[in-house]
Design a binder for this molecule. Structure first.
Ligand code: MLT
Length: 427
């Protein structure tokens, strides 16, 4: 017999079904809680709340396991291409050669962005943060690719291809403009990642050849960022999409959520923190002490700890190794890598950090690699967004296909009770 959860409240007993996922995660199904009992749950930050059933990404925070559609992140990072992983996340299976060829060719053909989007882009101040620009321009795409009123055609696949194809092109505009360099058009004879790198780094005045070491490093980084179940930006995408908002607006909202320093913006904060430590003489133990006394020092160690991983972040392990490999292959000697390792070492042996389960997360080493690849700090979170795009798309599509109801949490009201209106002259 299936398990049930019994709840006794106000002297009455209620029974709620339990459910178990394919990886044995257990939940109480409280969909009818309020109807039956008149109570709601209070779970600030949703630490205990499963917002949906999902078949995309499995994560075990205690064991440090991350899988996309049943494939381990370690396997995918070592063996797959980013676009294969994108296909896997969005369509549920690894593509056959034929499916991949069709998918990849369609993306290749849609990399060009409508010239009128450039006019919108030109209206931004030169120093605008690239994440704000990206979020705005992705939202603007909805004006360029609206679904025809009353059309019965399902255009989701076309929108998916456009997003995957055009977002890297748009992302490079802010970088180029910041340098005062001309923007590059995509070159459709190049693969996805080399095309992005070419738009970022080629100049009309000299030849640019994509370094395979750089392309491979980026491939791994994008795969590691591609999905992470119901994180803040993904939940945002699903919530916005649950109102039947279009995919561009939903993903634009996800980009905004990712921008925050407690989410994707942390990779920028980490490198700035490491730079500050370096500028201050590189004394790691001083900063470990400052982090331990955060209440008085106000110093916060970015890139440590995670809401769901309780022992280690499997992505951080892969990234740390990749950072070593990439820097040595590129012959880059970045002192902040040593500072980062020193900080990790000190923290992992310090009771304060161990007892609080504070160990490096995905954001800790990624910035060091981005920097070695020539990507500037204010573009780090944009790189995260390019990586996360297939995950957002997959989650948006799943939410629609599951016909999820509009997301509408409740609250516990703590404000004033009913009172009489007092006219302004009597206040
Ligand atoms: C992510 O990859 O989205 C971050 O690790 C944050 C999270 O999962 O909560």
């Amino acid at each position: 017999m299936a398990n049930t959860a019994e709840l006794t409240v106000d002297g009455k007993s209620y029974s709620f079904p339990t459910l178990e996922g394919t990886e044995h995660e257990k939940a109480f199904d409280i969909s009818n809680l309020r109807d039956q009992t008149g109570y709601v749950t209070l779970d600030r930050g949703y630490k205990n709340t499963g917002a949906t059933k999902s078949a995309i990404t499995f994560l075990d925070g205690e064991q440090g396991i991350l899988q996309y559609r049943g494939y381990s992140i370690e396997d995918l990072a070592a063996k797959a291409s980013f676009l294969e992983v994108a296909y896997l996340l969005i369509y549920g299976e690894l593509p056959t050669q034929e499916q991949f060829a069709t998918f990849e060719t369609s993306i290749r053909r849609h990399t060009l962005v409508n010239e009128d989007m450039r006019k919108i882009f030109d209206g931004f101040p030169v120093n605008a943060h690239p994440m704000g620009v990206l979020s705005s321009l992705v939202s603007a795409m909805s004006a360029f690719y609206p679904d025809l009123e009353g059309s019965k055609e399902d255009t989701t696949d076309q929108h998916i291809i456009r997003l995957l194809a055009k977002m890297p092109t748009i992302a490079t505009w802010s970088y180029k403009r910041g340098l005062g360099h001309p923007m590059n058009y995509p070159k459709n004879n190049l693969d996805y990642i080399p095309n992005f790198l070419n738009m970022m780094f080629s100049l009309p005045v000299e030849d640019y050849k994509v370094d395979p070491v750089v392309a491979e490093a980026l491939n791994v980084l994008l795969i590691l960022h591609a999905d992470h179940e119901q994180n803040c930006s993904t939940s945002t995408v699903r919530l916005v999409g649950s109102s039947q908002a279009n995919i561009y607006s939903s993903i634009s909202a996800g980009i905004s959520a990712l921008w925050g320093p407690l989410h994707g913006g942390a990779n920028q904060e980490v490198i700035e923190m490491l730079e500050d430590i370096k500028a201050d003489g590189g004394d790691v133990s001083k900063y470990v002490d400052m982090a331990k006394n955060a209440k008085t020092t106000g110093f916060r160690l970015f890139g440590f700890g995670h809401r769901v991983y309780k022992n280690f972040d499997p992505r951080a392990r892969i990234i740390k190794k990749a950072a070593d490999d990439v820097l040595s292959k590129l012959g880059v000697n970045d002192p902040v890598l040593e500072i980062a390792k020193g900080l990790e070492e000190a923290a992992l042996h310090d009771d304060y950090f161990v007892s609080r389960k504070l160990y490096p997360n995905v954001d800790f080493y990624s910035g060091i690699i981005y920097r070695a690849l020539g990507i500037p700090t204010n573009m780090f979170t944009v790189m995260f967004a390019i990586g996360r795009l297939p995950g957002w798309i997959a989650q948006w599509k799943e939410m629609r296909e599951q016909k999820e109801p509009i997301g509408r949490p409740r609250q516990i009201y703590t404000g004033a009770t009913l009172r009489e209106f007092v006219p302004i002259e009597k206040r």
